[in-house]
Write a protein of this length. Structure first.
Length: 134
């Protein structure tokens, strides 16, 4: 953690996971107090389903992020069959047949997520860099 540029926190849109996100943020705030070095945090909503999309925890995620001062990525990782197959050892979404729609969706989702995380890190670097002297 002392060398991390950013912490990416995965959370399902449920009350227990959102409570866990709060605990992680509090831990990072305490780390900053002790070490004098902030570690920015972004949260990714994962294992999303159509049912969970309608929970209060999901609806209030942006409000929670604003209140506690952490980033909330726009990309939502849906609960897709290719991810389950990956966990079962069938392969990775990159090695699966991208012509199948569930795999193609997972591939696009993963690419978007990586791009958004890299963009967040680059933005943090720009904000943390000392101002150029003219």
């Amino acid at each position: 953690l002392s060398r991390a540029e950013m912490l990416v926190c995965l959370a399902q849109p449920t009350a227990p996971d959102m409570a866990g996100v709060i605990q992680v943020k509090q831990f990072l705030d305490r780390f900053e107090e002790l070490r004098g070095r902030p570690v920015p945090m972004v949260c990714v909503v994962n294992r999303m389903t159509l049912i969970l999309e309608h929970t209060n925890a999901y609806k209030k995620r942006a409000e929670l992020a604003d209140k506690l001062g952490f980033g909330l990525l726009d990309t939502v990782v849906w609960n897709r069959k290719p991810y389950v197959e990956m966990m079962d050892g069938i392969g990775t979404i990159q090695t699966m047949d991208g012509h199948l729609e569930p795999v193609a969706k997972a591939q696009r989702e993963a690419a978007t997520l990586v791009s958004e995380i890299v963009g967040s890190i680059m933005q943090h670097r720009r904000m943390s860099a000392p101002a150029a002297v003219a």
